[in-house]
Design a protein around this ligand. Structure first.
Ligand code: GLY
Length: 373
């Protein structure tokens, strides 16, 4: 590869990939989830899953870039198709609706999207454990076992609450977002910025009973995408609240990412797997981190603003030069694919794939780069 020279070219390729994805998923009537790096043929589900909002979000980002009414109409259709998920008891409500229905209001000014996003925010806020101030995963198995697992991923469910607060002025959305962020900072982010994925706690007292990783190696490996969710989530918490303590956490977590990612900057799925380098990389972790750093590059004061911008640009260039399929790719794969993402190495799920959320965050980062230049 290595034929893509500028983010402008990358932006054009990413949009082309949205087009080729739309062609396939419209024909098959599925939400895209993951596509093998070798073929680019999407696998997906008709009803959607935690990743499906990102597809609608790619369409909204395309509509924002093109300004075409027909692109907004397409994005609206896919967004509203996610409505049945609003009744599910899962922290994923944030992933699903902040990347779809929220953008449907913010970009498309579609009232049905605003209503759907507010219903989802209300459900997500209703999941908070009021004694402890956190939103647990919502897994029925965990609840039945008397355990409430909180994962670092949930920091990126909070943008739904930050948005609902801005939109309605209701303080409860802000209060839950702040208490969840404070708990997560204390529980999950270590002094050197390293992030642990999951915390089990006593739901009555908040006493921590166990910490572990589900998607990294062993029980304590530092899962690269968890690190990335942390960078993005605390950057978004800082943007929403202006609280410097969240800015400090985001910057500390980013420093740890750069300390461990290696020269390529696109990390292996886990920083600590002893089998490195013979393990998958996760390009989506780099894309999420890059988009989070772009938030800091746009909103933080110096010196963090400057440092974040340098880091974000380094990541963007690593991704577009090394991982984005260029025009006329030798393997005749679709152009604009973000190769080599890893969904879940431990479960054996999609370990060398293009991942729909990787594409989403790469496009978000590219749009931020255009605003900043
Ligand atoms: N939120 C699930 C994951 O990142 O795999």
């Amino acid at each position: 590869m290595g034929k893509i020279r500028t983010p402008d070219e990358a932006l054009a390729l990413a949009l082309e990939r949205v087009e080729s994805t739309l062609f396939q998923v419209t024909r098959e009537d599925v939400f895209p989830h993951a596509a093998p790096s070798t073929t680019g043929v999407w696998e997906g589900t008709r009803e959607g899953m935690w990743t499906s909002g990102f597809w609608a979000g790619l369409l909204w980002q395309r509509a924002a870039l093109t300004g075409r009414a027909e692109d907004s109409a397409t994005a609206k259709t896919w967004s509203l198709r996610l409505a049945p998920h609003v009744d599910h008891h899962t922290h994923d409500l944030g992933f699903i609706f902040s990347s779809s229905a929220v953008l449907g209001w913010e970009i498309g000014r579609v009232p049905e999207c605003r209503d759907l996003a507010l219903r989802a925010a209300d459900r997500l806020a209703g999941m908070v454990n009021p004694a402890v101030g956190v939103i647990p995963l919502g897994s029925q198995a965990e609840i039945a076992a008397g355990l409430d697992d909180v994962t670092i991923d949930c920091m990126v469910n909070l943008p739904l609450l930050w948005w609902a607060w801005r939109t309605t002025g209701e303080e409860r959305f802000m209060a839950i977002g702040v208490s969840h962020s404070d708990r997560t900072a204390g529980w999950h982010v270590k002094e050197d910025g390293r992030i642990i994925q999951s915390t089990h706690f006593d739901p009555r007292t908040g006493r921590v009973t166990k910490q572990e990783t589900h998607q990294g190696s062993g029980t304590e490996g530092c899962w690269a995408r968890g690190q990335a969710w942390g960078v993005y989530g605390f950057a978004a918490a800082y943007r929403a609240t202006g609280e410097e303590r969240f800015l400090e956490v985001a910057d500390r977590a980013a420093a740890y990412y750069f300390h461990r990612a290696g020269g390529d900057l696109v990390p292996f799925y886990c920083f600590d797997d002893p089998a490195k380098p013979n393990v998958p990389r996760d390009s989506s972790a780099a894309a999420i981190t890059c988009a989070g750093l772009m938030i800091l590059a746009e909103h933080a004061p110096d010196p963090i603003r400057r440092r974040s911008r340098d880091r974000a640009e380094a990541l963007l260039s690593a991704l577009v030069i090394g991982y984005l399929t260029p025009l006329g790719d030798d393997d005749r794969r679709p152009t604009g694919m973000l190769l080599h993402g890893c969904y879940n190495k431990n479960a054996g799920w999609h370990t060398d794939h293009e991942l729909v959320w990787g594409d989403y965050y790469l496009l978000e980062a590219l749009r931020a780069w255009v605003r900043l230049r």
